[in-house]
Design a protein around this ligand. Sequence first.
Ligand SMILES: Cc1ncc(COP(=O)(O)O)c(C=O)c1O
Length: 398
Amino acid sequence: MTDLTGFRRETQILHAGRDPKANHGVVNPPVYHCSTVLFDSVEALLETRRDRASGAYVGFTYGREGTETTRAFEDAVTLLEGGYRAVTTSCGLGAICAALTAFLSAGDHLLIVDSLYGPARAFCEDFLRKFGVEITYYRPTVSAGIEALFQPNTKVVYLESPGSLTFEMTDVPAITTLCRARGIKTIMDNTWASPVCFRPLEHGVDVSINAATKYISGHSDLMLGIAVCTEEAFIPVKKTASGSGYCGGPDDVYMALRGLRTLGLRMKRHQESALRVAQWLQQRPEVARVMYPALPDDPGHAIWKRDYDGASGLFGVVLNACTDTQFAAMLDHMDLFKLGYSWGGYESLVVPTYPSDLRSAVTWEAPGPSLRLHVGLEDPDDLIADLERGFNRLAAAT
Ligand SMILES: Cc1ncc(COP(=O)(O)O)c(C=O)c1O
């Protein structure tokens, strides 16, 4: 495989995790459909047992622990995020659960950002608490103030920046510097930015999670997660993911690797279009505020500018007061911003959001309903026209 260390990220995206020379000259790695792996001898089988026992995970023993296809995907994302090795999981939530359970035991304390992804919050509340983990939510803008929340039993700080639904920026290096000094592990959900716009491990994070379901795969046709780890974090996360059964399917892994090749191009277009749509929305009388750190007047803009190389196409919008009927009239009949969960695919999406249901460290204040837009790869003028028709329906429904 060509040594890619000196190349720029856009070039690395195209060449990482593939080695045509080792594969009959074929450009892309093969897809291994695999449960059973056969061994030539008892000694060969014992060698893989030693490999697992040492935590090396170099060889392949069983489909659940991955194949050459999985390794190709992991190597590619590891290179882009600057990690030691990565662990593939069946979905993004699986990567979050595996990383959290890798470092937490009964009696430990977990600090979590208040604006984390809703189902990850539910996992902490419904499972980690049940198994005796103490949990404190911190405000996303806490910065070095997090030190006041540390307890002697704090083992993990969990970050997501910008936050789900409300898009606050967190000062990642301010938090990781304090955590490193105390041996506290940090786990960050990097899905919004993808490796193109932010690389958490360069800012002191121990485990960076991407729901590859979103931008990495980019086509809304699969579920997959990946946790990129430092050398110290790799074995606990790998053992936990493998021991909990969080494995990715071979076709999904291959499709994610295929999607990855265009990630750089797609992210540029998402950002350009999202910025245009966000700035148009800021001028609308129906809009109270737009929550997108790439906007120069966003409260998180300075941190975003300092640490990030770009933005994605996902942001939040708070409307001025309107009735439920008006809100539904707008969202029910969009031509391009279709109603649906998820994001990160090529197409635009919208969902109504209810942040007050998912906040305990900060109080959500808004004059009207809120929504989340995913600005896809369509022509931004068509997207703006779609939103304009939506606002017309909202006004007509009075
Ligand atoms: C920020 C964020 N992280 C993680 C996930 C979970 O990914 P998956 O749906 O692949 O489990 C999502 C899904 O919407 C998400 O929005």
